[in-house]
Design a protein around this ligand. Structure first.
Ligand SMILES: NC(=O)N[C@@H](CC(=O)O)C(=O)O
Ligand SMILES: [Zn+2]
Ligand SMILES: [Zn+2]
Length: 346
């Protein structure tokens, strides 16, 4: 069996910098036309000038002849100025601003401590300039159970935010709960959407402990119960325009995952399309894969859809145990497993 679809985009991607950047860019650019590139480097990309420099280093890391287009983002802080949003908009290379509640996830220590106290003028400016806000939707209060942090964020931050700024374009990134699905479905589809990762529709929280602790299945927001996985998978395969592909591929060196305090983040770029295809196939909805992967994202962002195509063929392939780079290696999601769908250029 073979499928030909419009080249997909990845609306949530971590490319890092330095040696890891060189190692992972070819995997994303092989399958995806564009990607929204996350700004959580150290130090974070908080200004348009830095985003432009970072973009150049991504372009330099691309294989020859690649036309992959990195869409840059800014990292929102308590001190981001409305003028920075104007510069970002005028640059033509920054497509969104990312909200990390301070302390919520990897490299979020410089994130926002008080959205409503510190960021109102910036959010106002974003509405004016139609700049989307991308949200890591978890509260950081250590008293809130880690499995409830997305739901509590929806109730205490996202709902009030949308009430205050109904015209702000918001993407709830890497949703993990039925609560998030319901929230997105009940919002105005012109202004609220969500990205969905492969891991959150393929795995549930049992995968964190299967036969022992599994650090390569650990990401944030952490995997949830099976009922949540099912809710997300069925929302996505129903064909709703509000959900689109965002891998959240987040490479960490193996030694930073396999240690006493391992980093959050799953490296899934090489396997993402195979896994999404599997979920749509299992739901009997392969005809809806193309919209999820290639149409809903650009439509929401107001960008043209890609014109080239890729092929997905039902050819079993074995995921490498790891990818070496420089002095280290990165273990991908589904390492060593046989996957059914093989993407290739058309
Ligand atoms: N998802 C993760 O677990 N980690 C991401 C950060 C993020 O997207 O929250 C990372 O940068 O490693
Ligand atoms: Zn995140
Ligand atoms: Zn991410």
């Amino acid at each position: 069996m073979e499928l030909s679809i419009t080249r997909p985009d990845d609306w949530h991607l971590h490319l890092r910098d330095g040696e890891i950047l060189q190692a992972v860019v070819p995997h994303s650019s092989q399958h995806f036309g564009r990607a929204i590139v996350m700004p959580n480097l150290r130090p974070p990309i908080t200004a348009t000038a830095a985003a432009m420099t970072y973009r150049q280093s991504i372009l330099k890391a691309l294989p020859k002849d690649s036309d992959f287009n990195p869409l840059m983002t800014l990292y929102l802080t308590d001190t981001t100025s409305p003028n920075e949003i104007k510069l970002a908009r005028e640059s033509g290379v920054v497509y969104a601003v990312k909200l990390y509640p301070a302390g919520a996830t990897t490299n979020s220590q410089d994130g926002v401590t008080d959205l409503f106290g510190k960021c109102l003028p910036v959010l106002e400016q974003m509405v004016q300039l139609k700049m989307p806000l991308l949200v890591h939707g978890e509260v950081t209060n250590p008293d809130v159970d880690v499995f409830d942090r997305e739901k509590v964020f929806i109730d205490t931050v996202l709902s009030p935010l949308i009430q205050k700024f109904p015209q702000l374009k918001v993407v709830m990134e890497h949703i993990t709960t039925k609560d998030a699905v319901d929230f997105v479905l009940s919002s105005d589809e012109r202004f609220v959407a969500a990205t969905v990762t492969p891991q959150h529709i393929v795995l549930n929280r049992n995968s964190l402990f299967q036969g022992g602790l599994q650090p390569h299945n650990y990401c944030l927001p952490v995997l949830k119960r099976e009922i949540h996985r099912q809710a997300i998978a069925s929302a996505v395969t129903s064909g709703s325009k509000r959900f689109f592909l965002g891998t959240d591929s987040a490479p960490h060196d193996r030694k930073n995952k396999e240690c006493s305090c391992g980093c959050a983040g799953i490296y899934n770029s090489p396997v993402a399309l195979s896994l999404y295809a599997k979920v749509f196939e299992e739901a009997g909805a392969l005809d809806k894969l193309e919209a999820f992967a290639s149409f809903n994202g650009p439509d929401f962002y107001g960008l043209p859809r890609n014109s080239s195509k890729i092929r997905l063929s039902k050819t079993p392939w074995t995921v490498p145990a790891s990818y070496s780079y420089g002095l280290g290696d990165i273990v991908p999601m589904s390492a060593g497993q046989v996957l059914d769908w093989l993407p290739s250029p058309l």
